[in-house]
Design a protein. Sequence first.
Length: 286
Amino acid sequence: MKGVPWSVSISAGIRIVLLGQTGVGKSACGNTILGQKVFRSASRMNAVTTEYSEKHATISGRSVSVVDTPGFFDTEMRPGKLMTEIGKSVYLSSPGPHAFIIVFPVNMRITEQEQQIPQQIEMMFGEEVLKYSIIVFTRGDLLEEEPIETLIEKNCTLRHLVQQCGGRFHIFYNKDENNREQVNDLLQKIDSMIEQNGGEHYSNQMFEDAQRYRREEEERKLREEEEHSENTEFTKFFTKYGHHLRMSAFAVGRYELLGDVISACVVGVCHGHVTQHAQTSLCVML
Ligand SMILES: Nc1nc2c(ncn2[C@@H]2O[C@H](COP(=O)(O)OP(=O)(O)OP(=O)(O)O)[C@@H](O)[C@H]2O)c(=O)[nH]1
Ligand SMILES: [Mg+2]
C-alpha cells in the first residue's frame, strides 16, 4: 500500500478495532457497522464481551473487518498479561488495523479518568496509535436538544478528549439498526484518516516496538526504584548507627595504633630499651 494514494485503492478493505471501557457499546457498534448481530451486546452490570473476536462483512462492495474487544481499561490484570491480551486485537486485525474506534456513550460523565483513556491507549499501542484513532459516541438517541458538535464546542473536557484523536469523532445510533447512512459516514471519515496517513495502517511492528519500549521503561523504573530504595536504606541505617560506626572506626584505629605501639615496646624490651616516643604514645593511648 506504501506510495499508493488511498483514493486509488478506495475499494480496498478496511480493518477496524473497537476499544473502550466495559459497557460503552463497543459490540453494539460492531453490529451496526457490519449490519448484522454478530457480537453479543447486552445491558448487564458486568462485562458481556470477555474474548477478542473478529467478524467481517461486505459493505458497499468493500470488505470490512471488525475486531471486538473486552473493556480492558478498568481491569486489574497484570501488565504483562494485559499486553498479551491487547496484542490479540492487533494480530486478529493482521497486518494491522486502519482504524481504532474509541467508544464513549454520549451520556457518560467525562472525568479525568475517561480523559486519560487516549493516553492509556498510547501507552499500550505506541505513540503513533492516535493518528489511526477516531472517537465514536454511542447512544446518540439519548442526546437531548443540543447536537454533539455543540456539546464538544462548549465542554473543554470533551474538546480535549476529541483533540487527542486529531479532532476526529462520529456519533452512532445503535438502536437505529437500519440507519446505514451513519455507517457510510463513519467509513468516509475513516477513509479521510487513512488518506491523511498516506494510505498506511497501524502495523504489528508498531505494536511490537511499543511493547519493547514499555518493557524497557518498566525495567528502567524498577532499576531506579531499587537504587533509590538501596540509598534510602543506607541513609536510614547511617542516620541510626552512624555515631556508633564512627566510634567503632575510631576504636579500631586506636587499637591498631595501640597494637603498633605495644609491638614497638615489646621489640624495644627485647633489644633492651623502649624508646621515649613509644612510652609516651602508650601512656596517651591507655
Ligand atoms: N439507547 C442506546 N443504547 C445503546 C447504544 N449503543 C449501545 N447501547 C446499549 O448499551 C448496552 C451495552 O452495550 P454493549 O454493546 O454490550 O457494550 P460493550 O462495550 O460491548 O460492553 P462489554 O462487552 O461488556 O465491554 C446494551 O444494552 C446496548 O443495547 C445506543 O446507541 N443507544
Ligand atoms: Mg462487548
